[in-house]
Design a protein around this ligand. Sequence first.
Ligand code: 5MM
Length: 341
Amino acid sequence: MTIANELQSTIGQMVQLGKGILAADESQPTIAKRFASIHVEATAEMCRSYRSLLFTAPGIEDYISGVIEFEATLAQIDNDGTALPKVLASRGIVPGVKVDQGKGPLPLSPGDFITYGLDGLEERLQRYKNQGVRFAKWREVYKISKENPSVLGIAANSEMLARYAAACQGVGIVPIVEPEVLMDGDHSLARCAEVTEAVQKEVFHALHRHHVALEYIILKPNMILPGKDHPVKASTEKIAEATLRVLLRTVPAAVPSINFLSGGISPEEATLNLNTLNAKFPKAPWLLSFSYGRALQKPVLQVWQGRAENTVAAQQALLKRARLNGAAQRGEYLAAMESSE
Ligand code: 5MM
């Protein structure tokens, strides 16, 4: 199979009506934070059994086409002794992995971040591929302030993101390109739109410079929202309109799918916003879907509480959110489904 055929076949399996992606790629500090919210210690065994619970949840393959794993999870096994990427693949879910190595301050550019992980990336990608991985993810983080992100912050991050995407495609791995504008702060919806537009324009320039084939990427952006400390809340219609406007201005139609991150909004809001986008704009040139972490997992953690006897109920909580987001991808979600499920 040529590399282009390989990328096309992965895209074909990941981009499907009524399906989205489960982001379960929390690094160790992040999973520890999530577990702390239910007073569970993030030991290696607890993390393994939680991920095994997620990946073996019956029925999720009807709504989830891909799962992003954390590197350490690739080598872990489910309760029956099968490697976790294999568990996913055997259910028709494409296994993926987060390949960035976190972020830190961008030197001499106060308030900007830069993501790490390009050194040795090709060699790591080859190794992940041998473990069954077919797509990857790299996240850039932009915090909004009056001065940030700076022009340099945007340019430096976009360059990294494009180099990562090119490295992935070079070995036949589909890159998820994730430029996340954070909702931390008191900025307005208009300011989020302004920054996200600038970021995405630069990202696509960089992807072009690095010869990345847009047909074989998935974009994972934030929705356009006011900052979480902004005094005025935005309606789901306003969010959908602003989000679509920015996407239409920046994302070429060659991109097959846009899978939003949830960014800290509630599971119900994340589903509603995705539904509004699809219901209002059924003719958008890309599939509009989800790649949620917290918005899929929060109810699961609440039911699970770190106890083996809650596994089945926790898996049902995941199935419920996956099903409702699947409906939202088709623009068929109704708030009443929350209680009737
Ligand atoms: C699941 O969280 C991912 C990993 O975060 P860290 O590297 O900080 O541990 C994160 O990249 C995630 O894939 C996206 O932010 C989407 O998750 P949310 O919770 O925003 O939907």
